[in-house]
Ligand binder design. Structure first.
Ligand code: NCD
Ligand code: ZN
Ligand code: ZN
Length: 440
């Protein structure tokens, strides 16, 4: 049973730290089975699922219930986020101990309508999770600014797609990132900025990094590859939080990805049914669209177009997320053998993204429909087993995905003070070399 990988590249499987697989509660949009099948088909071997399900993942019981669902269905490995909100502050230690991969804090309103915590609650929450070394991922948009703008736009009778951008000017993220970084720094907590969408937001991220805050960030393919000009044709289909902005923002995000201000690519895979996505009244359309299956083809196309190198792609899709979550080199490194999480890709394979064939089958509408791509994952291996082979989902691998956990859970303060030398050793040991291989 020999695999013919002639002419292909072996990459560490992608790690997507931002997906919404919707179960429990919204299984008409997505399930663990369909979401992880889409991941396997996209060369993604580990996903981190967000807590805005119904019920939200706010207690150890919610976590255990979601874990059971995931274990029965998953094609790929996964982490489960715990919610960090005003009304579950007392649950955070128990959640940390139950095995969450990290926390998610909704600073601004988005799908699920989870109320955003006050700065007071956030500070206590950061203080409580800091000793566990777990990272908190932030939906960094300030709720009160958006609520104000939204009311003003509604009153002015605006219902068009661009009103969504006007309701969420980039300052909502700038303000939220700066505030969260101050609170995290004070508490010695690790944070991650989700879905960076603007040039302006890069400044508070850079400043926090320079101060030594343990802050990482991600952007998503849609912020890199689309801009405001696309609203005219795509309308509410490209409504997403935060909004897709100007062409200058996309350019700044590409540069930030190359220079390391943005550490990684995630997809914010946010499936909704087409009926929920399409609406002439922009405020009525659900925000987000599927992404876990299209990330690798889109980004490999960018490699072919020389927007980034293959080496940089491996850094932002696998190495950086694995390191940020304490999983490297168990995850994110190119290991061949029984523990291999690998995407075998054909960089010369040309296709068109076809929403009809996506495995998020309840939510197939994507703004990337019909986009030509060059570069496809052909085989996906999770811990040495095929999840996809020759572009076919391996149905027998359903339910083989496992929950991943941070190994090194040292609190940031300890890392910075007592264990400086150890941290330096770890950093040296994981120098990125030989992260890709080519089969001649
Ligand atoms: C996400 C969803 O639908 O769960 N939607 C989105 O527009 N990004 C929520 C989120 O990440 O804000
Ligand atoms: Zn969000
Ligand atoms: Zn999201």
């Amino acid at each position: 049973d020999v695999l013919d990988a002639k002419g292909m590249h072996l990459l560490p499987g992608a790690i997507d730290v931002h997906v919404h697989f919707r179960e429990p509660g919204y299984t008409h949009k997505e399930t663990w089975e369909s979401g992880t099948a889409a991941a396997a088909m996209g060369g993604v071997t580990t996903v981190f699922d967000m807590p805005n399900t119904h019920p939200p993942t706010a207690t150890p019981k919610d976590f255990a219930d979601k874990l059971a669902l995931a274990e029965q269905q998953a094609y790929v490995d996964f982490g489960i986020y715990g919610l960090m909100a005003e009304d579950n502050v007392d649950q955070l230690e128990a959640l940390a101990e139950s095995g969450v991969i990290g926390f998610k804090c909704f600073m601004g309103n988005t799908f699920g309508n989870l109320p955003s915590p006050s700065s007071g609650a956030m500070l206590e929450a950061f203080e409580r999770v800091a000793p566990y070394g777990l990272r908190t991922s932030l939906h960094a948009e300030t709720a009160s600014i958006m609520a104000w703008r939204y009311e003003r736009l509604r009153a002015a009778g605006r219902n068009d797609a661009l009103a969504h951008v006007a309701a969420r000017p980039d300052v909502v993220a700038v303000e939220a990132v700066a505030r969260a970084a101050i609170l995290a720094e004070w508490a010695g907590a690790r944070i991650h900025v989700l879905h960076v969408s603007s040039a302006a937001e890069l400044r508070p991220i850079r400043e926090a990094k320079q101060r030594g805050v343990d802050i990482t960030s991600e952007t998503c393919p849609h912020y890199l590859m689309m801009d405001t000009r696309d609203y005219a044709t795509l309308g509410s289909l490209m409504r997403v939080n935060p909004p897709i902005r100007e062409a200058e923002d996309s350019e700044a995000l590409w540069a930030a990805l190359r220079d390391g201000t943005i550490d990684m690519i995630a997809t914010d895979h946010a499936p909704h049914t087409p009926q929920e996505q399409y609406n002439d009244v922009i405020w009525e359309a659900d925000c987000g669209f599927p992404g876990v299956e299209t990330q690798m083809p889109l980004m490999l196309t960018a490699v072919n177009d020389e927007r980034i190198t293959l080496q940089e792609y491996v850094r932002v899709s696998a190495v950086a997320p694995a390191k940020a979550w304490g999983l490297y080199p168990r995850k994110g490194a190119l290991i061949v053998g029984a523990d291999a999480d690998i995407a075998i890709v054909d960089l010369s394979r040309e296709e068109r993204i076809d929403q009809e064939t996506l495995h998020s089958h309840r939510a197939r509408a994507t703004p990337f429909h019909d986009w030509p791509v060059k570069g496809m994952p052909v085989h996906t291996l999770v811990r040495g087993r095929f999840a996809m082979r020759d572009r076919q989902l391996q149905v027998q691998s359903k339910g083989t995905g496992l929950s991943v956990k941070r190994v090194q859970s040292m609190p940031v303060a300890q890392l910075h003070n007592t264990h400086k030398t150890l941290a330096a050793e770890i950093a040296k040991a994981s120098v990125e070399q030989g992260e890709t291989a080519h089969v001649d």
